[in-house]
Design a protein around this ligand. Sequence first.
Ligand code: SF4
Ligand code: SF4
Length: 244
Amino acid sequence: MLSYMSDVREPKTYLAHMSLIPVLTRLGLKFGGVPYGIGIWNTPFINDKYDTKTLELYRAYKKEVDPHNILNPNKFFAVKTKMANIPGIMFKPRIFRPLIRISATVIPILGKRASPKGDLKEESVLEKIVYSCIKCGSCAAVCPAYLVTNEESVTPKNKLYLAKKLLAGDAISKIDSDKIFLCTHCEMCRAVCQNDLDLVTAWTELEKLLESEFGAPEEAIRDFVSTMESSEDYWRFVYNAQKI
Ligand code: SF4
Ligand code: SF4
């Protein structure tokens, strides 16, 4: 699985870097790698993952269990889109491969030209993390605050979404702000983060920012702690976490 760090706030550089994904995939294949799965970006490499016989079996199975093509449509064996299906045509292996060869020559030049000049701006941990989260959702699955409250708004992914709004100067409500404080700083999100983000430092920064604007919701925090303490799910979670 490929990761290539880029800054979404610089659209031209970001697009140039995004086009590097197939170039890097091709390089991986050259050295014996295999696509980790199939999705839009790996569709052009489907023949590198499955031989013809296996592909036929999968096609037949898909037709049998999903005759109306409802499950993940138009992304697996071939990409299909509206608007004359131009991306679908480009993603066909026979057309895609020559395009990658051209990209491998052109993109480094474009990327260099598009890159912002001058020194990088100083940023806090929170600012960096807000734009580095890939929204995979792995952190929500291990967050005890989410487990006990069952509220999406306390998940790390959602906290980063709110932080992004806050840093962009958009209005957020006190109700939204209060949810941010429902966190044990247990570091479970940090431990599983797919992008190795220093999340707990970010939570501390975010809480400070919100505290200066809305104040800390003392009563909500007390209720949260007492809900956690009386929750069997929480103690089961603590017990299982200790065994890992
Ligand atoms: S530190 Fe907070 S957000 Fe992260 S897993 Fe623990 S409770 Fe959830
Ligand atoms: S695990 Fe990390 S990258 Fe994935 S959604 Fe959570 S914070 Fe974002």
